[in-house]
Design a protein around this ligand. Structure first.
Ligand code: 5RP
Length: 233
């Protein structure tokens, strides 16, 4: 009698590869595609390289993605030089059942929100661990102008959140835009639209990592049983 098959559950990395490849179906051939940032997007960029001759190029949301796209031979356009994009493909740190997300784990939230806003459709690619009931378990990234950091941390403390400046090699991390990141824990974001609007108005806040006004229309979720498509429109 043969032994049962060994447990062949896919790793998180393999799930990211699956959704990165699945996202190719949303890329409009002959056009420019919006590209996010992160380890899941890196899998998408690798997949995109296989159809690079079928697209015009990409608008990128970070220096890191730009370098990877160029290394794959994909032309990168400036966001300001192109009109509306049909689709933007990016990962998320958390996504809920409405398509609202927390993003910015890779510190690219500002440019990600800009390219998302420039795109008709946001396709989120994520492994199943990112799907949540309520946003807020993942530390919420806020891009902040450095002179406002202490004040922003105090304002979050008054709401029950604990903010800390993200560090890199012993110094505050500096974003592609020359700013700092405050990561906030202890929040349960019950109304993401209102939360995003409120925090965005605080002086010194460049971008809040809640993507509710720029939510996903589709999520390709990597699960143990394959890629699940969630539609939020
Ligand atoms: C970068 C992001 C990423 O999309 C998010 O952090 C998810 O990254 P990963 O795919 O590596 O889990 O918002 O700023």
């Amino acid at each position: 009698m043969s032994n049962p098959l060994p447990n062949t559950a896919l790793t998180q990395d393999e799930l990211k590869t699956l959704v990165g490849q699945a996202a190719l179906q949303y890329v409009v051939r002959g056009e420019i595609v919006g590209v996010g940032t992160g380890s899941t997007v890196n899998k998408f960029i690798d997949a995109l390289a296989t159809i690079k001759d079928e697209i015009k190029g990409a608008v990128s949301s970070s220096v890191a993605s730009t370098e990877r796209l160029r290394a794959c031979g994909i032309k990168v356009f400036e966001a300001a030089d192109v009109d509306e994009l049909s689709v933007y493909i990016d990962g998320a740190d958390e996504i809920d059942h409405n398509g609202f997300m927390i993003k910015g784990g890779g510190a690219a939230l500002t440019r990600e929100k800009i390219v998302a806003a420039q795109s008709k459709k946001f396709v989120c690619i994520a492994d199943a661990s990112k799907l949540v009931e309520t946003l807020g378990t993942f530390p919420l990234p806020i891009e902040v102008i450095p002179m406002a950091t202490a004040r922003v941390i105090k304002q979050f403390a008054a709401m029950g959140g604990e903010g800390t400046v993200r560090m890199k090699e012993g110094k505050p991390l500096v974003t592609d835009n020359g700013q700092h990141i405050v990561d906030v824990t202890g929040l349960q974001i019950k109304d993401p639209l209102a939360f995003e609007s409120t925090i965005s108005q605080w002086p010194g806040v460049v971008t809040v990592g809640v993507f509710a006004h720029q939510k996903a229309q589709v999520c390709l979720l990597g699960t143990a049983s394959g890629v699940k498509t969630l539609a939020f429109e």
